[in-house]
Ligand binder design. Sequence first.
Ligand code: CP
Ligand code: NVA
Length: 308
Amino acid sequence: MTDQTVRPPVRHFINLDQIPTETLQSILTNARELKAQKFSPPQLFAGLSLAMIFDKKSTRTRLSFEIAMKQLGGHTIVMTKDEMQLGGAESIEDTAKVLSRFVDGVMIRLSNHETVEELASYADIPVINALTDASHPCQIMADLLTIEEKLGDIKGRKIAWFGDYNNVAKTFAQAAPKFGFDLTVAVPPPLTPDKKNVATTITLTDDPIAAAKDADVIVTDTWVSMGQEGKQIDAFIPYRVTPDLMAKAKPHAIFMHCMPIHRGEEVTDDVLASPASVIYDEAENRLHAQKAILAWCFEHSGVNVQHK
Ligand code: CP
Ligand code: NVA
């Protein structure tokens, strides 16, 4: 006998450009709702379990997923790739199929983006990208939440990125056309990405002053992402975020950084200590965004965020 039930597609959260804008908007609305309920969290995830697989370090991502699941009544199991059979001979297909029999969702952080896509292709449960070398979608959802909290509607705003065109920058580039903001990326010439690899909707420049001019948001990240240790950083020095650079932006401009920060490298201490810096609100918003991302992924398990 065959199972005639037509099951809805599994909701993976891997890249923002694969997810409809209305869905992303509704996840942000739910994040605001769940943040408003942070002291009386609804037990939406009762009986649900999330596997959390790490092949790289993490503070914020691990904290936010684990606390999000637990505050909403769910469970987590944290594993490093090397502790699993996945770090040995077991195939990604078998790993995905076995995980699907034990837990209701999996978040995974590792270098190779294609591995996450492959895991998702075999999984019967949602797979969430918790950072790969290609993208960091959960971070950008928290960043969008933060920008709208601080500045209101993001549409038409100028966001200026400085330094490495890395996984976080590339995810901002995926979000820009969806949310209607202008993204200007200032990258040193030796590291300028090939134009064909950059969305046509973003402005690429090697001039940090021009990039900062009239920006609403100044954002940077480490010059050396995890796995790139030993990389030369001298070319990035003119792209450091300093008070002088901040002064080129709009008077209300905010400073953002996904953290961890290398103080004195990509940003100076005085910028971090200034009222423009929203880094800790941004870090906290990882929790609220994560709850809403998980709720969307788990909707087929009956999870539904109620608005008060
Ligand atoms: N921003 C971020 O993803 O931080 P962690 O590496 O600490 O998780
Ligand atoms: N670009 C950084 C982000 C860390 C959250 C990295 O990949 O190491």
